[in-house]
Design a protein around this ligand. Structure first.
Ligand code: SAH
Length: 343
């Protein structure tokens, strides 16, 4: 019989699991805390669980682990890029991004990605498979074991499209938020989507409290379609309607992400449209200078171009910020994640 993987189960599911073994359900709290808070790798380390029960768990269950194949540390910043091998030999990348106030981890949600955004390295891999909840949370558990600071923020913005792996991603966000585990507040967990409209409505209707980010990247359909093929299925106007529904329902603002590519989406016309969009939607805008991915002919804006663009867009009544990607020298910045799959 296959053993049950207990990493990735909620406390409620663990309680049901213990009951199915004929054990008391309060063990679920202990187990959850050993996995997510103490981050042990074996049942033997769970010292408040009786030896006989530990043996029973060893016979029936596992704690799935990922293998760290490599860690690349940036010389310029303290960021680190992790390459993990999953139980089927597939590989994914995650990034640890510390700064003065925050210790952020950027998690992957799929092996590869099917959306094929032109400026994104992961898009070049194509879609390989979804990650399980255990594999999403497993990245955070493994990274927290290896870095010296408590992780304070989580962004689901690594490889893949979160809203195409909706159930596993939402469940992972709740596990990360759980008081008995990492206890990272919902406001410090961000889920980013390229705009999978039905899921934006579902997310709004379900009333989740995690931050929602939308990868806008262009202020009109023609430009956006050239950059993001998903715009054919889910054009901008429909995205805005869904996002407005979300902001009204949640009473929260949405973060708009705008990857600035020189000569592609930085004209005065783009500025004008962007100001209009941001004024209409309850949002804040993050401008991210394009990080080169080598296979595409796009150019990053030079500092002056970036500053001029941001200054012009700042006539908007919304907050406009530049998000500087860290870890460019280790190909660990936004959109640079690409893991060669060996099987
Ligand atoms: N699929 C999701 C999450 C992954 S991409 C999404 O589209 O939101 C996370 C963010 O990185 C997106 O805002 C995306 O536009 C940005 N990004 C992708 N490639 C980039 C690159 N080469 N340079 C800068 N940002 C990039």
């Amino acid at each position: 019989m296959d053993k049950t993987n207990l990493t990735g189960l909620s406390r409620e599911e663990l309680a049901a699991y213990f009951e199915s073994l004929g054990e008391k359900s309060f063990r679920a709290y202990q187990l959850f805390s050993w996995i997510h808070h103490h981050r042990v790798t074996s049942f033997d380390e769970m010292t408040n669980i009786p030896k006989t029960l530990r043996q029973k768990l060893k016979n029936n269950a596992t704690l799935e682990q990922m293998i760290t194949l490599s860690v690349n540390s940036s010389r310029q910043t303290q960021s680190r890029k992790f390459l993990f091998e999953l139980s089927d030999g597939k590989t994914i990348e995650s990034v640890y991004l510390p700064d003065d106030h925050r210790h952020t981890v950027c998690l992957s949600v799929q092996v590869g990605c099917g959306l094929n955004c032109k400026f994104c390295a992961t898009g070049k891999m194509g879609f390989i498979r979804h990650l399980s909840t255990s594999e999403i949370v497993g990245q955070l558990i493994t990274i927290q074991r290896e870095v010296p600071f408590r992780i304070t923020n989580v962004v689901l913005m690594g490889m893949g499209e979160p809203f195409l792996n909706y159930e596993n991603v939402i469940k992972a966000a709740y596990l990360i938020n759980d008081d008995y585990g990492f206890s990272i507040s919902a406001r410090k967990i961000t889920i980013s989507t390229a705009g999978i409209i039905p899921k934006i409505y579902q997310y709004a209707d379900e009333g989740h409290k995690f931050n929602l980010a939308f990868s806008l990247n262009a202020a009109d359909d023609t430009t956006r379609l050239n950059l993001m093929p998903i715009n054919r299925k889910y054009p901008l106007e429909q995205c805005f309607r869904a996002l407005e529904y979300y902001t009204q329902k949640s009473k929260r603002r949405v973060t708009l992400e705008y990857v600035l590519i020189a000569g592609v989406n930085d004209s005065n016309e783009d500025v004008r449209r962007l100001v209009k969009i941001t004024n209409q939607l309850k949002c804040k805008l993050n401008v991210i200078p394009y990080n080169p991915i080598h296979v595409e002919d796009f150019k990053s804006p030079i500092n002056k171009e970036l500053n001029v663009f941001v200054q012009k867009v700042s006539v908007s009544k919304r907050i406009v910020m530049v998000r500087w990607s860290q870890g460019k020298d280790i190909n660990g910045a936004c959109g640079q994640l690409y893991a060669e799959s060996n099987s």
